[in-house]
Design a protein around this ligand. Structure first.
Ligand code: NAD
Length: 318
């Protein structure tokens, strides 16, 4: 496929993630056709995107070289899958996180596109060998897992099916880089990919420390936001270790490896997250800090997104 053929991307599913992907792709100058199986839903998505992009432009946070009118001119909505797929070189699926729904959507898509078209899924929890099990040519399939909201959090985990062609991974990596995302390649599929596995480890230990009465809910969150998170917005755990001993990583492990091993060996079993007194008490403690009604949660979500926007701006300048 020549680069002149690589101009149109179809986004299938116009919910939270579909809308975000559409904004990311048009910021890179691609034409984006949005499809949703709920009639009128993809047109509504464009109205929502227009509102968000105008706000972003006002805040000087619009991504890409084009202004919001130019970017919005690249967007179109469809209630018909066949028409939405016409001309596309790349399809980003963003439907419900239900295996059967994704499998059937990819079967439909495969019937309607040429053999060179890349089929990419946004799934957060399903491995490619399951998502693409009904697709005949799996060499063109890949998971491109975004982090919410992808407009500010740029990581994309590229996870191949065992049969994915190397060229498909390379093209997807180039596309994601071109639109300003930060793609990482997993060399093979694994449950939880990389991000959610690391996140699960952090969740488990945070939960355990609160459950065992070591620290409060409020303070364990501060351990991340005022401690580890300060570094992790710019450098990962590997570089952190490399820089935290005078002679680098090997030196770090000579000094601290034994202590880390001792701590890890003392980790207990996976905590009970959703049953028992301890879980109830952790949930109550959290809800005292931030009540779980829509009004409080929405306000905190908005605050989170504003803070992420500021951080994205800071990272852009470094
Ligand atoms: N929300 C997140 O934080 C997040 C982060 C990373 C990845 N993801 C993944 O992205 C995907 C989409 O999640 P979301 O949060 O946008 O969900 P959502 O519920 O907001 O949107 C899903 C959209 O898909 C549409 N849809 C459902 N079945 C369809 C079909 N057969 N054909 C076309 N459209 C269909 C729905 O009408 C809806 O508009 C999921 O796989 C999810 O795991 C979500």
């Amino acid at each position: 496929m020549s680069s002149s053929d690589m101009k149109v991307i179809t986004v299938v599913g116009s919910g939270l993630i579909g809308r975000s992907w559409a904004m990311v792709f048009i910021s890179g100058g691609f034409s984006v056709k949005i499809y949703d199986n709920q009639p009128g839903q993809s047109a509504k998505a464009i109205t929502e995107i227009r509102k968000q992009m105008e706000e972003l432009e006002e805040a000087h946070m619009l991504r890409g070289d084009l202004n919001s009118t130019q970017q919005l001119g690249l967007l179109s909505s469809y209630d018909d899958l066949g028409r939405a797929l016409e001309g596309a070189f790349f399809v980003q699926e963003c439907v419900f996180e239900q295996l059967e729904v994704k499998q059937s959507v990819f079967q439909d898509i495969e019937r309607l596109v040429g053999k060179d078209v890349i089929l990419s899924s946004s799934t957060s929890c399903l491995v490619p060998s399951k998502v693409f099990s009904q697709v005949q040519d799996k060499s063109r399939c890949i998971v491109s897992h975004p982090v919410n909201p992808p407009y500010y959090v740029k990581l994309v985990e590229l996870v191949p099916h065992p049969e994915t062609a190397a060229a498909v991974i390379d093209t997807t990596h180039s596309l994601m880089t071109k639109v300003g995302q930060a793609p990482v390649r997993l060399r093979k599929e694994i449950d939880g990919f990389a991000l959610n596995r690391v996140q699960a480890a952090i969740i488990a230990e945070s939960w355990r420390l609160v459950q065992d009465g070591v620290i409060s809910v409020k303070d364990i969150d501060l351990v991340m936001s005022e401690g580890l998170g300060m570094r992790y917005a710019f450098i990962g755990p590997m570089e952190t270790m490399h820089l935290n001993a005078p002679a680098g990583l090997e030196d770090y492990m000579k000094r601290y490896g034994e202590g880390i091993t001792r701590i890890l060996n003392a980790f207990g079993p996976v905590p009970a997250f959703s049953s028992g007194e301890a879980a109830k008490s952790i949930v109550n403690e959290m809800c005292e800090l931030i009540p779980n009604d829509q009004q409080h949660l929405s306000a905190r979500m908005e605050r989170r997104d504003q803070l992420l926007m500021g951080l994205a701006k800071l990272k852009k300048d470094h």
